[in-house]
Design a protein around this ligand. Structure first.
Ligand SMILES: [Zn+2]
Ligand SMILES: [Zn+2]
Length: 323
């Protein structure tokens, strides 16, 4: 099969690679489209090392089940699915507590097992969800929407019933804005990129007033600059949640956190199966996260897609196969 493989940091080639085989309990998916997000870009750029080179990236995928492994009903062949790319072990302590996002044996498509930027992908059937009857732009946004919605779930309704500030409205931030609007929150957004901010405003995020403080701040970036900005706008007793995976030290001292009586928290991906179930339900009912898609590329242009993702106004995805 054809795949977009990262041969070294920053360089993708389209190559012929061996087809995956569906193991017991797995389905083989003919991949149609794959979204690109910040974590994929970190692998592309070499900021996060790939487990090996050449490496197949990509995890925000949808496609059609083409074959099934042992123990899976053939009734699923032909079903259009969206993948939940973090496959939990269901055996570790975290999994047994229901926190599969922290699974110690987690297999992540495109991170520690081969990714979705290929014509075919094998995955456990429990992690191949029946796609709702919505457009392709929506399907490619299911996974990042789930990340955003899981963050809101973990914050809890009380934190969302106030005015909420979203710092950073790249693709994930835009999903957060949409999920907040869907919840009925009053949302404001900040970003250093004016085009992205305009897009967040189209989705209903308002401006931040001078010296305004928020009880709830969601930082989707985690850079030194965004942390400073977010904390500056955090009210006394407020909650600052991080969704971005920046690894630089934070410009925050204990004294400031204590004086602000701030609650600082992080939210990693989502927990199986509730978060995907909930996101798919809302998307099936018309949430339409595909509104934030601005860039679509064919598989042959994967290199260009990754190079331009940082400057894209909204979400970028790669069409692997015509649906
Ligand atoms: Zn993602
Ligand atoms: Zn586990």
């Amino acid at each position: 099969m054809k795949a977009a493989v990262l041969v070294e940091p920053g360089r993708i080639e389209i190559r012929e690679v061996a087809d995956p085989e569906p193991g017991p309990g797995e389905v083989l998916i003919s991949v149609e489209g794959v979204g690109i997000c910040g974590s994929d870009h970190s692998v592309f750029s070499g900021k996060w090392a790939a487990p090996e080179y050449p490496w197949i990236m990509g995890h925000e995928a949808f496609g059609v089940i083409e074959a099934v492994g042992e123990g899976v009903s053939d009734a699923r062949i032909g079903e259009r699915v969206v993948i939940e790319p973090n496959v939990a072990c269901f055996e570790c302590e975290q999994c047994r507590m229901g926190r599969t996002s922290a699974c110690t044996g987690r297999q992540s498509v495109g991170m520690n097992r081969p990714g979705a930027l290929a014509e075919r992908l094998a995955i456990s059937e429990r992690f191949a969800w029946k796609a709702p009857d919505v457009g392709e732009d929506d399907l490619v946004c299911v996974e990042p929407t789930t990340v955003a919605m899981a963050g809101l779930r973990r914050l809890g309704d009380r934190a969302l019933d106030r005015r909420v500030l979203v710092v950073g409205v790249g693709a994930l931030g835009l999903m957060v804005v949409m999920a907040l609007k869907e919840h009925g929150s009053d949302v404001a957004a900040l970003d250093i990129n004016a085009e992205r901010l305009a897009m967040a405003q189209e989705l209903g995020a308002g401006p931040v007033f001078e010296d305004e403080r928020f009880d709830t701040v969601i930082d989707t970036v985690g850079s030194p600059g965004s942390v400073t900005e977010g904390f500056e706008h955090l009210a006394v007793g407020g909650t600052l949640m991080f969704l971005g995976l920046d690894n630089r030290p934070m410009p925050l001292d204990a004294q400031s956190v204590v004086r602000r009586q701030a609650k600082i928290t992080g939210s990693l991906t989502y927990d199986h199966p509730g978060d995907f179930e909930h996101a798919l339900e809302l998307i099936g009912e018309g949430l339409n996260p595909g509104r934030v898609v601005t860039d679509r590329h064919p598989l042959g242009e994967a290199q260009r897609a990754f190079e331009s993702v940082g400057s894209a106004r909204g979400k970028t995805w790669i069409r692997v196969r015509e649906g």
